[in-house]
Design a protein around this ligand. Structure first.
Ligand code: URA
Length: 240
């Protein structure tokens, strides 16, 4: 997703269909307001959530939205799909209203049969920050396996694994054994089918994969499969 930041003169020139040079005199007349204040600088940064008005006319007034969903099995992490139920389908339009719902994108997908916490937003900067491995935001999964696991897995996961197709080494992955056939896995990146491929090195099939948390945001037990709710301001900022 591209950055939505631009300069005030570029934004206004696009909105009013006039040359950028024509914006400076309009600005000097105090006719443009950004987030409630009279704008004075043509270089002022405008992002997708800046409130911008010209005289009495509102040019932009978009609210950021952040939602958590408990993804059930058999739902595709996409906004549109011709064959399968999507996360947007199960979210419905009651939570945010139709236009806002269709502007959401998914911040970190889960596979078709994986379950658990998925976040959606219309804020591209927030989702990029969340998904970038450089920010080291841990995602925690409970994994149920076909065969028993042992201490060798812990070592192999913590060293990282080479993925030939992408020609990369995975970042270290924390694995905690929580049962003979189950583990808690903590990742800071999200390579394609990463967890399944890592257990695949041991010819051990993942039977169930459930995302419990992203950063310090956990899926609460009261949010049942297919249910969703908005995040509050504290959750949105504290996740980093
Ligand atoms: N790793 C996987 O293999 N699948 C997921 O859904 C998430 C992480």
């Amino acid at each position: 997703m591209q950055s939505n930041r631009t300069r005030l003169d570029r934004f206004m020139s696009r909105q009013l269909g006039i040359k950028r040079q024509a914006i400076r005199p309009i600005l000097a007349q105090g006719r443009i307001r950004v987030d409630g204040c009279i704008a004075t600088d043509v270089q002022q940064a405008i992002d997708q959530f800046s409130h911008v008005s010209f005289d009495q006319k509102i040019l932009q007034n978009k609210q950021p939205n952040y939602v958590m969903v408990h993804k059930p099995r058999g739902v595709v992490c996409a906004t549109k799909d011709p064959r399968h139920t999507t996360l947007i389908d199960i979210l419905g339009v009651d939570l945010l209203g139709a236009p806002e719902t269709y502007q959401l994108h998914i911040a970190g997908r889960l596979d078709f049969n994986s379950t658990g916490l998925v976040l959606l937003t219309n804020d591209g900067r927030w989702s990029r920050r969340l998904c970038s491995p450089t920010n080291k935001i841990e995602k925690c999964y409970r994994v149920d396996l076909e065969k028993p696991i042992n201490e060798n897995y812990i070592n192999a996961f913590s060293k990282g694994m080479y993925f030939k197709y992408e020609d990369i080494f995975t970042a270290p992955v924390k694995l905690k054994i929580i049962g003979s056939h189950s583990a808690e896995v903590r990742l800071i990146e999200g390579r394609y089918h990463q967890i399944k491929r890592m257990f695949g090195r041991f010819q051990n099939k993942v039977l169930q994969l459930h995302r419990l948390s992203i950063g310090n945001l956990a899926l609460e037990h009261t949010l049942l499969p297919s249910q969703s709710r908005k995040l509050n301001c504290k959750e949105v900022t504290d996740i980093f």
